[in-house]
Design a protein around this ligand. Structure first.
Ligand code: GLC
Length: 472
């Protein structure tokens, strides 16, 4: 099968979050299983020149976007058997920051149209176009509206993967004609509650809608999680499916990760301890054998940071240390910085992002806290387990699907969990973990090893994707 994977970000070229990780790992995993895969993304200013200088210029064309006629250049770069295509247009993409511009709707409508327009130039007529999030959600709509009858396009199937339903590409409905250029009979597909809504359009038009974990596929049928789209999703439930993400187990490997103070493995797990000491020294916390709780990620409402700030004092009154790494809402950044001043021997909050520091924390910590309000999949909890770090999570989305709670009778399970979005329930889960750590070290080792022996590689998920494509 030929799969065209359209995405607004893909590591190692450009990534801002989980979508960039998934786009980096799923395509090569599909190639390993014998599929032909091309990935297409915008040629952003911020893509390093080490990649740019090695791209091949394929050609260019003009993309019609309502009354506009826009240039689109096509570049190619091959890696791990995957052809990466880059769409060049300096007006839209030669800017600082890949998202957050006033005309993001137009930028990604252009990109979506360009993907379809450039298929002949790519010389890659796909069986399936796999779209991701609102940025590429217009592709299925535009395929039906403008390209269906063209040679080579008639039988193309479309998949829309939702990595986070909070972001929908909503804007004034005047763009439907003026920017998307959609004919009247397609207006109702992208229109929702009086606005243009790109994600909603994709949900309507795609042949299949995927979410990145089975639990999240169910949750988004509920208004608590759906950000207003539950009615549409109920109507389209027959094409909704959850497929759990994997992680790149070569990239996230405690045996090889160069950022660690000392590498270790399941068999030589005692070497993990050197990483705790190393981190404590590095961030200026007392070097002591107390449980270190790590937290890495965006400091955003989604991630449950308000639960943390609510009971921070209670957490830090235990014999523990807490290390936080991430950037986000200023109110959380400030709260953590203030608390750090109050508890200098217990809390270290680095308001920045660094992959090197993230690895050091995954390796050094004993526990990894992820109290998300919602979590479509979540990759950090899987990385933590791979590094022998025990996750403490709220039972939502992919967290529920990957973190089976520890059962002391049967010695099964990989972490500690809580159900309601409640700071004291979270505190209770942390207390349970800390108690086992101090009072039952032999049990603690079992939990660590249960997590480390789980298979979070992409192989299994890639097979599920292939089955789903085939069924289409
Ligand atoms: C988004 C979601 C996260 C998911 C990732 C990759 O970042 O918030 O839960 O793991 O996409 O699918």
């Amino acid at each position: 099968m030929k799969i065209l994977y359209a995405t607004s970000e893909a590591g190692p070229f450009i990534r801002t979050g989980g979508l960039g990780d998934v786009s980096a790992a799923l395509p090569p995993a599909l190639v390993k299983e014998g599929q032909e895969v091309a990935v297409i993304l915008p040629l952003y200013e911020e893509i390093p020149s080490s990649f740019r200088n090695n791209m091949e210029f394929i050609g260019n064309t003009t993309v019609p976007l309502s009354w506009r006629r826009q240039y689109a250049g096509l570049y190619k770069y091959v890696q791990q058997g995957v052809s990466y295509f880059f769409v060049d247009n300096e007006y839209y993409f030669k800017r600082k920051a890949i998202y957050g511009h006033f005309d993001d709707g137009e930028r990604f409508a252009f990109f979506s149209k360009a993907v379809l327009e450039l298929i002949p130039l790519m010389g890659f007529y796909p069986n399936v176009i796999h779209c991701n999030d609102w940025q590429t959600a217009l592709i299925p709509v535009m395929l039906d509206a403008f390209y269906r009858k063209a040679k080579g396009y008639t039988n193309i199937k479309t998949v829309l993967a939702i990595h986070n339903i909070e972001f929908q590409g909503r804007m004034s409905s005047y763009v439907i004609d003026n920017v998307f250029g959609l004919p009247d009979e397609f207006a109702s597909i992208v229109e929702y509650k009086g606005d243009a809504n790109m994600l909603k359009g994709g949900i309507e038009a795609a042949n299949k809608v995927i979410t990145v974990s089975p639990t999240y596929a169910n949750e988004i049928l509920d208004p608590y999680f759906s950000y207003g789209l539950e009615h549409i999703l109920h109507e389209r439930k027959y094409k909704l499916q959850g497929i759990l993400n994997g992680i790149d187990v070569d990239l996230y490997n405690p045996e090889k990760d160069k950022a660690l103070f000392k590498n270790y493995s399941y068999k030589a797990i005692s070497n993990k301890k050197a990483n705790k000491k190393g981190l404590q020294k590095l961030v200026g916390l007392p070097v002591a054998d107390v449980p270190v709780i790590g937290m890495v990620g965006r400091l955003a409402g989604q991630k449950g940071i308000d639960l943390l700030t609510r009971v921070l004092k209670e957490i830090l009154s235990m014999e523990v240390q807490l290390v936080v790494l991430g950037t986000g809402d200023w109110k959380y950044e400030n709260a953590l910085k203030e608390a750090e001043k109050q508890f200098p021997t217990k809390l270290n909050a680095a308001i920045t992002f660094s992959a090197d520091m993230a690895s050091k924390i995954y390796a050094a910590a004993d526990m990894f806290l992820m109290p998300s309000k919602f979590e479509p999949c979540g990759l950090s909890q899987m990385i933590a387990m791979r590094y022998g770090t025990v996750p403490i999570v709220r039972e939502t989305g992919g967290l529920k699907d990957t973190v089976e709670p520890f059962n002391p009778e049967k010695d099964t399970g990989v972490g500690f969990t809580f159900k309601s979005y409640d700071a004291y329930d979270m505190l209770d889960a942390i207390r349970r973990a800390v108690t086992v750590y101090y009072e039952q070290p032999e049990k603690w080792d079992i939990i660590v090893k249960n997590g480390m022996s789980k298979d979070f590689s992409w192989n299994k998920s890639a097979d599920e994707y292939i089955m789903m494509y085939k069924n289409l």
